[in-house]
Design a protein around this ligand. Structure first.
Ligand SMILES: Cc1cc2nc3c(=O)[nH]c(=O)nc-3n(C[C@H](O)[C@H](O)[C@H](O)COP(=O)(O)OP(=O)(O)OC[C@H]3O[C@@H](n4cnc5c(N)ncnc54)[C@H](O)[C@@H]3O)c2cc1C
Length: 408
C-alpha cells in the first residue's frame, strides 16, 4: 500500500503541469467556439491524440498510479480547461472501462484500440445504458438481446438515450436485458462493432451546457452482433444468470452488487471533473475581484465579496479532498463502508454548481455574458449533479449504505 501523503510526487507534478499546459494552451482558447458550434471538437481530440493525452496508454498509466490520484488529477486539469471539450476527450474512456471491467483479454485487445483509432484517424466510443424510461431506474431497461443459437449471434432491439458520442462512435458498448425476470442482474453488455447494420443515431440533443460534447439517442433495430461481442463470453453469462435465478428462487439473501462497488470506484472521477470546473470559475472570480474597481477600491476589499471567495476556495479544496480520499480507497482496495465514492461525487458536483453561480455574481454584468467564461462554466456545471447518478441518487446510496440497507 502506498504511504499516505498530501504531497504529489515529482512524477505526478510533471504530469499535472503537462496536462495543465494543454488545458491552458489548447483547450481553454477553443472553449467558447466549440460551445457555440455545439459540435464534437475533432481537431482538439486529434491534438490530444498527438501529444498522447487521447490514448488508452495514458489513462492506463494514470489508473495504475498506486496513490490513486492519477485519474482525478488528470480529470481536474482537463475539465479546468473546458468541460465540453474535456468530455469529448475522455468520453471514450467510459466505454473503454465497460470493456475493461467485463471483457475478456481478447475483447480488450480487439475493441479498445478501435475505440481510440490512431493519431491520423481518431475515433470515439460510446457507452449506452440509459433509456427514455430507464435513467436512475436502470432495472427498468427495455432494450433486449436475444441469442440466435443457430448463427451464434445476438440480436439487439431497443432505444438508448443520452449516450455521449452515441451514433458518432466507432464502437458502441450497449447494455441490454437478457433475462427480464432478474432485473438488473439480467443485464449484459455487448460490443456493437463499427458500421453494424441496424444501429443508427436518433435525436441529437441541444443542451444547456457541455455543448461541445455530443449527446444523442441510439436506435437499435435488429442489430446482429457475433457471439464474441458479448462481454465476458456466453459461459460466464450463463453461470451468472444461473446463480441469480437460484438466489431469486430460494428468496435468498441479496448478494452485494458488484456494479455498485464499481460505481463507488468510478464516481470520484466525475467528482474530479466538477472540481476542475469549480476551480476554474473560482480563479476567474478571484482575478476579477482583485482588478475590478468600484467605489474607488477593488471589489475584493468588500467583505461581502471576499468572504464569498473564501467560501468558494474552501469548498473547492474540500471537494478535492473527498475525491482524493475515495480515489485512494479505490486503488488500495478499501471497502466503501460509507459510500465515500458517492459522497465525493455529490459534494463536488453540488460545489461546482454553487461556485460557478457565485463566480457569475462576483463578475456582475460581465459574468452574465458570453464575453467571460464563468457563464459557460455555470451551464457546464449543471451536468455533474445529473449524469453518472443524480445528486438524489447519490444521497440515496449514501443513506442506504449508512443504514446497512441493500442498494438496488
Ligand atoms: C449530457 C448527458 C450525458 C450523458 N451520458 C450518458 C452516457 O454516455 N451513457 C449513458 O448510459 N447515460 C448517459 N447519460 C444519462 C444520465 O446518466 C441520466 O440522465 C441520469 O442517470 C438520470 O436519469 P434521467 O435523466 O432519466 O432522470 P430520472 O431518473 O428520470 O430522474 C429525474 C429526477 O428524479 C429524481 N429521482 C429519480 N429517482 C429518485 C429516487 N428514487 N429518489 C429521489 N429522487 C429520484 C432524480 O434525481 C432527478 O432529479 C447522460 C446524460 C446527460 C444529460
Amino acid at each position: 500500500m502506498a504511504e499516505f501523503t498530501m504531497e504529489l510526487n515529482d512524477e505526478q507534478k510533471e504530469v499535472r503541469d503537462w496536462l495543465h499546459g494543454f488545458a491552458a494552451d489548447v483547450i481553454r482558447p477553443a472553449a467558447a467556439e466549440w460551445d457555440e458550434r455545439e459540435e464534437t471538437p475533432w481537431p482538439i481530440i486529434q491534438e490530444a491524440a498527438k501529444v498522447g493525452i487521447y490514448s488508452l496508454d495514458f489513462y492506463a498509466q494514470q489508473y495504475f498510479d498506486p496513490t490513486g490520484l492519477g485519474i482525478p488529477m488528470a480529470m481536474e486539469e482537463l475539465f479546468w480547461g473546458d468541460a465540453g471539450i474535456a468530455l469529448s476527450i475522455v468520453g471514450t474512456g467510459l466505454a473503454a472501462v465497460g470493456v475493461l471491467a467485463n471483457g475478456t483479454e481478447e475483447q480488450i485487445g480487439t475493441w479498445i484500440p478501435q475505440m481510440y483509432g490512431d493519431v491520423n484517424d481518431v475515433k470515439v466510443a460510446a457507452f449506452c445504458s440509459s433509456e427514455p424510461d430507464a435513467g436512475s431506474d436502470v432495472a427498468s431497461m427495455r432494450t433486449r438481446a436475444v441469442y440466435d443459437e443457430a448463427k451464434d449471434e445476438w440480436v439487439l432491439n431497443g432505444t438508448k438515450t443520452w449516450a455521449t458520442n452515441g451514433g458518432i462512435a466507432n464502437v458502441h458498448v450497449v447494455v441490454a436485458v437478457v433475462d427480464s425476470e432478474l432485473g438488473s442482474k439480467g443485464h449484459a453488455s455487448f460490443i456493437v462493432p463499427p458500421n453494424t447494420p441496424g444501429l443508427s443515431q436518433g435525436q441529437k440533443f441541444q443542451k444547456h451546457g457541455i455543448r461541445a460534447s455530443h449527446t444523442a439517442e441510439v436506435v437499435l433495430e435488429d442489430v446482429r452482433v457475433p457471439g464474441s461481442c458479448l462481454l465476458g463470453g456466453k459461459e460466464k453469462l450463463d453461470e451468472r444468470l444461473a446463480r441469480a435465478r437460484e438466489r431469486a428462487k430460494s428468496g435468498g439473501e441479496r448478494v452485494k452488487n458488484a456494479a455498485m462497488a464499481t460505481f463507488e470506484a468510478s464516481r470520484p472521477a466525475v467528482g474530479a471533473m466538477a472540481v476542475g470546473t469549480a476551480r476554474a470559475a473560482y480563479e476567474e472570480a478571484l482575478e476579477y475581484a482583485k482588478t475590478r474597481t468600484q467605489f474607488g477600491r477593488p471589489i475584493i476589499d468588500n467583505q461581502g465579496v471576499a468572504f464569498q471567495l473564501a467560501d468558494m476556495r474552501t469548498s473547492v479544496d474540500a471537494a478535492r479532498l473527498l475525491v482524493w480520499r475515495a480515489s485512494w480507497m479505490a486503488v488500495n482496495g478499501k471497502q466503501f463502508t460509507a459510500a465515500e465514492g458517492s459522497m465525493s461525487k455529490l459534494f463536488a458536483s453540488e460545489t461546482a454548481k454553487k461556485v460557478t453561480a457565485q463566480a457569475i455574481q462576483i463578475l456582475g454584468g460581465n459574468g452574465y455574458t458570453r464575453e467571460y467564461p464563468v457563464e459557460r462554466m455555470h451551464r457546464d456545471a449543471a451536468i455533474y449533479t445529473i449524469f453518472e447518478g443524480t445528486s438524489e441518487i447519490q444521497r440515496l446510496v449514501i443513506a442506504r449504505t449508512l443504514a446497512g440497507m441493500p442498494i438496488r
